[in-house]
Design a protein around this ligand. Structure first.
Ligand SMILES: *Cc1c(COP(=O)(O)O)cnc(C)c1O
Length: 404
């Protein structure tokens, strides 16, 4: 039997301070010590289980971190105030001035912008590669390379990264494989496939209610402790700390993630198959027409499916925009960035979440103008939603009207 991340989360049992069924929220920024000696030891990192100050750690954040480490099969995890607040400290912790990163070119727009525009100021450079071309990746690695960076399922093109092969490369050249697993929680467990560090934006599927931003870094106990080190830890010193109220609410939502992912995946597969049947250019990793379909299947855990993200190409930005506006008007979803919500969300990545990527580069990577990215919601009857979407597509001329 493969690793079952949802079972690992389920096996965690927490009680609240007064026997409550949810762990108590730690409503404090600072913590008392019974002796001055213990305070000193805690600063030195020698007093396990003692809380010092909530930017370092808090009981609520540790609960959520523990649950996410269990989900990702890593020794430890630390939560952060946002997904970018998880990605940036990992890079700062692993790279010094003069170092180099090899990254997939199809990554989250914010991560791309950070690597492309911000890191050069600190003399950290990035080579962007096609993550499906292992020779290209290997050729880009230099003696200065510290990180091989990718997303399990890339944004927005839904390319599948061959994590076992990338892990082998990372080992060979002694670099860290860092994987952003935001698009495929539960479905794929990158650490089991050889990733050193796994990152999530909790803002998306994991929290699932689009009411907060959040992030997590999952990795070895040593690395997570390094990030929190009071003297040189990037999480501790950059200060992107999650609030305890938020970690408590995200932990409650995490408890239903398996049910939600199953429904997201079921609904997305249904729509992807139907869209494809209608002749729309559809990209979904669960379709056998997807180039990464069998690779995804070889890496996935049972039960959670191929995820909730799909794209269609409707030919032009104008058509994409009118279709999205009409679908929103008909209450089939929201024209909004982000993903993992209970309602369907759609956007045109070229002009939104990937707009940080220059137009020529967008073209080169196959990100076309008419592309619509869908995060499929938890609709109770997806067949009903499909018929309504099909009507919209006929009305705006994306599909030829069928005679009823
Ligand atoms: C949204 C997202 C991020 C950034 O997360 P925030 O919580 O918005 O900071 C990083 N990676 C991926 C794949 C994302 O979708």
């Amino acid at each position: 039997m493969k690793y079952n991340p949802a079972d690992k989360i389920q096996d965690l049992q927490y009680f609240g301070e007064f026997g409550g069924v949810n762990p108590s929220i730690s409503d404090s920024s600072t913590y008392t010590f019974l002796s001055a000696k213990t305070m000193f030891d805690t600063f030195e990192g020698n007093a396990e289980g003692c809380y010092l100050y909530s930017r370092h750690s808090s009981p609520s954040n540790l609960y959520l971190g523990e649950a996410l480490a269990a989900m990702e099969a890593t020794e430890a995890a630390t939560v952060t105030a946002s997904g970018m607040g998880a990605i940036t400290p990992v890079i700062f912790q692993l790279c010094n001035a003069g170092d180099h990163i090899v990254s997939s070119r199809t990554i989250y727009g914010g991560t791309y912008a950070f690597m492309k525009n911000f890191l050069p100021k600190l003399d950290i450079t990035t080579s962007f590669v096609n993550i499906t071309k292992l020779e290209e990746i290997e050729a880009a690695i230099t003696s200065k390379t510290k990180i091989l960076y990718c997303e399990t399922l890339s944004n927005p093109l839904l390319e599948v990264a061959n994590i076992p092969a990338l892990a082998e490369l990372a080992k060979k050249y002694n670099v860290k494989l860092v994987v952003d697993n935001t698009f495929s929680p539960l479905s794929i467990t990158p650490s089991i496939l050889g990733a050193d560090i796994v990152i999530h934006s909790l803002t998306k599927f994991i929290n699932g209610s689009s009411d907060t931003v959040g992030g997590v870094i999952c990795g070895s106990k040593d690395f997570i402790n390094e990030l929190r080190n009071v003297n040189d830890g990037a999480c501790m010193l950059l200060g992107s700390t999650m609030d305890s109220f938020r970690s408590a609410s995200i932990l409650k939502n995490l408890r239903t993630l398996h049910i939600r992912m199953q429904k997201h995946s079921e609904n997305a597969l249904y729509l992807a198959e139907k869209f494809q049947e209608l002749g729309l250019k559809t990209v979904y990793p669960g379709l056998t027409s997807h180039r990464g379909n069998s690779l995804f299947a070889s890496m996935m855990n049972d039960e959670y499916g191929f995820g909730g993200m799909l794209t269609i190409d409707v030919g032009s930005l104008e058509k994409a925009n009118t279709l999205m506006e009409l679908m929103q008007e008909r209450n089939l979803g929201y024209l909004a960035v982000s993903l993992g919500f209970y309602k369907t969300l759609f956007s045109a990545p070229g002009t939104s979440t990937s707009s940080e990527i220059p137009e020529e580069e967008q073209q080169e990577m196959g990100l076309s103008d008419g592309l619509i990215r869908f995060s499929i919601g938890l609709d109770n009857h997806i067949d009903r939603t499909f018929l309504q979407m099909k009507n919209c597509m006929e009305e705006v001329g994306v599909l030829k009207p069928t005679l009823a």
